[in-house]
Design a protein around this ligand. Sequence first.
Ligand SMILES: C[S@@+](CC[C@H](N)C(=O)[O-])C[C@H]1O[C@@H](n2cnc3c(N)ncnc32)[C@H](O)[C@@H]1O
Length: 219
Amino acid sequence: MSKEIRFFNVQQFGRDFGTLNLNPGKKVYGERLIQHAGKEYRTWDIYRSKIAAAIEQGLQNFPFKANTKILYLGAGNGTTVSHFSDVCDQGQIFAVEFSARAVVDLFMLAKQRENIIPLLNDANKPQDYLAIVPEVDVIYQDIAQRSQVDILNKNADIFLKDKGYIFLMVKARSIDVSMDPKNVFKVVYAQLQNKYKILEQLRLDPYEKDHMCIVAQKV
Ligand SMILES: C[S@@+](CC[C@H](N)C(=O)[O-])C[C@H]1O[C@@H](n2cnc3c(N)ncnc32)[C@H](O)[C@@H]1O
């Protein structure tokens, strides 16, 4: 049974979420395809996509619309990128990833989905993609690095529009393996609070252990 969910191009089917498939008939990572009201949806795996886990945990802010431009840092093989590509069907997703192997998958995906622009770059060096990435509405960052906040700030200063949104997926163990994750989250929260308006924070356990999704806005 399907349930109306108020997020653009997203639908709920029982316990699963799905995004309207931009490329009907095609799967990206083995997800299920669901036909509903003459449209096809791809199930959005809450164990493989942190924003899907955040939706499951009650996410309130979902500023993703048809034309949204996203700078996605730490795109991996494109699992979550593919769902943003469904949602922001007329938008652009600039997918930055520094693993050449993962970028090959992103290029394969981009062949079938014109709104994905893969970039083989280090998110620590935003000046290297300054000529390609325009001002964006959202920065989504999923990078398991000690310097997660630094990377975010460097990119937000250059690319994020005023009142633009930040989605930071914080992996506590990458920042400090010996500190209680709760304290790591407090430190990150305090760092972000100096610079952005924090809108919400959601623990992603049990779907992603010791992770927090922080949503903020550039003021
Ligand atoms: C958790 S995985 C990403 C999963 C992906 N966001 C998803 O939901 O489908 C983190 C990715 O960040 C990449 N990464 C780590 N540091 C990076 C950096 N400085 N610049 C670009 N990519 C980086 C890694 O290679 C890895 O693919």
